[in-house]
Ligand binder design. Structure first.
Ligand code: ZN
Length: 91
């Protein structure tokens, strides 16, 4: 009973914290933006797939626009979110 509760808690904790908390290069806090980034990206992709909300900016990708909105400007920090793969949910 207690062990299964602990397992659930640890999985929950890992789900929230699997992305590195800070940028490896400059140390900027990026771990707290992961959920927001993922939700915004999903929202934009849904809009794009439904054919609505196509932005006038055709040069920059959706990911790039979202990272700009989140005020992540340095490329060292951008790669932290762009290259992150959420493996924990698939295990
Ligand atoms: Zn950085």
């Amino acid at each position: 009973m207690i062990i299964s509760y602990l397992k659930k808690y640890i999985i929950l904790l890992l789900n929230k914290m699997i992305i590195p908390i800070r940028c490896f290069t400059c140390g900027k806090l990026v771990g707290n933006l992961w959920e927001l980034y993922r939700n915004m990206l999903q929202e934009e992709l849904n809009k794009f797939n439904n054919g609505e909300g196509v932005s006038s900016d055709t040069v920059r990708s959706i990911e790039s626009q979202i990272l700009d909105k989140l005020e992540i400007k340095r490329y060292c920090c951008r790669r932290m979110l762009l290259s992150h793969v959420d493996l924990c949910e698939k295990i």
